[in-house]
Design a protein around this ligand. Structure first.
Ligand SMILES: Nc1ncnc2c1ncn2[C@@H]1O[C@H](COP(=O)(O)OP(=O)(O)OP(=O)(O)O)[C@@H](O)[C@H]1O
Length: 322
């Protein structure tokens, strides 16, 4: 920790406290996330650090994913991750814009292109984020987005995952129905919720409990599709009365009447209730909303244009020490 001069506390969440700091060796501004110890449970702390660091490490070099510089674990300072400092969260920026103030469609497309690009790279690297929401998206000084907080992330695997994951308002229907063998679709559903939130200026599905959340999701996008899914009967909560309630197919179009046909194609594809019909991040980027738009306007502003697998800005990161 002696390499870093703490500037101020910038965030605090379930897994730790985040500080803005200066790297004394390079002068770079960094964000340091100190993981909270689990009541002296050293092993758990090391496991959490290694898991988050490994996922971040697999995603290094993409302009839309927060860049890990180092991960350290020592007796005096505890466990911490050092990342490039980005800026405020998208949630903060939207709060400051004022509730109910929609983002214009072209700007929403620019932001969604970045989020989907980051998610596609993350999924390609085998990482599921599992907690995408506006609080976990950072906005840099040029208005570009970077996905952060890999505290809930896992490498995709065949074994059952834990449930629940993903903050309630952004949680996909299959998770609400108790699925433990979900896939990257849980991230793209969350991105659909974020897209709707940008376009409406307010959260799409602000549920108060898991069942209220499921009810809102079904009321908004319909449930027929989900109950016809071949895997539906294997879901632990498939027997819930909420799944048998009859509802109109989908209200999504009437909620976004001004959205272009191409924009709605992406929104409804990300918010497909049935996971096997949901757009992947890579597929979403191939839809006309993105391909037929003036893509130069959507490119990261003032960025070096680095692609995944190259190091952003050529900064040589510290060794990952855990
Ligand atoms: N690289 C960064 N640059 C700037 N700010 C950051 C950075 N990383 C995190 N933050 C700030 O710190 C906050 C908390 O970080 P993070 O989400 O990683 O912690 P957490 O303990 O997992 O939070 P939560 O429990 O809310 O998910 C973020 O919402 C953001 O405001």
């Amino acid at each position: 920790m002696e390499h870093y001069e703490r500037i101020e506390k910038i965030g605090e969440g379930a897994s730790g406290v985040v500080y803005k700091a200066r790297d004394r060796r390079t002068g770079a501004t960094v964000a340091i996330k100190r993981l909270r110890g689990g009541g002296g449970d050293d092993e758990q702390l090391s496991e959490d650090l290694v898991r988050e660091a490994r996922c971040l490490e697999a995603c290094r070099g993409h302009p839309c994913l927060v860049e890990l510089r180092a991960a350290h674990r020592d007796a005096a300072a505890g466990a911490f991750l050092v990342m490039d400092y980005v800026g405020p969260s998208l949630a903060q920026v939207m709060r400051e814009r004022g509730a109910g103030r929609p983002v214009p469609e072209a700007e929403a497309r620019r932001l969604m292109r970045q989020l989907l690009d980051g998610a596609a790279a993350m999924h390609e690297a085998g990482v599921l984020h599992r907690d995408l929401k506006p609080d976990n998206v950072l906005v840099d000084g040029h208005g570009n987005l970077k996905i952060c907080d890999f505290g809930m992330s896992r490498f995709a695997a065949k074994t059952p995952y834990t449930s629940p994951v993903v903050t309630l308002w952004y949680r996909a229907p299959e998770l609400l129905l108790g699925s433990r063998d979900y896939d990257a679709g849980v991230d793209t559903w969350a991105l659909g919720c974020i897209m709707a939130e940008l376009l409406a200026g307010a959260p799409l599905l602000p549920g108060r409990s898991e069942m209220d959340q499921l009810n809102r999701a079904f009321d908004t996008v319909g449930a027929d599709d989900m109950t016809e899914w071949p895997c539906f009967d294997r879901l632990p909560r498939a027997g819930s009365p909420l799944c048998r309630k009859s509802r109109p197919p989908s209200r999504l179009r009437e909620m976004f009447p001004a959205l272009s046909t191409a924009g709605f194609d992406v929104l409804s594809g990300l918010l497909a209730c049935r996971p096997d019909r949901r757009l992947t991040a890579a597929d979403a980027l191939r839809r006309p909303w993105f391909t037929e738009a003036e893509s130069s306007a959507d490119q990261p502003r003032n960025a070096c244009g680095a692609r995944f697998s190259e190091r952003v800005g050529g900064v040589a990161a510290d060794a990952i020490v855990v």
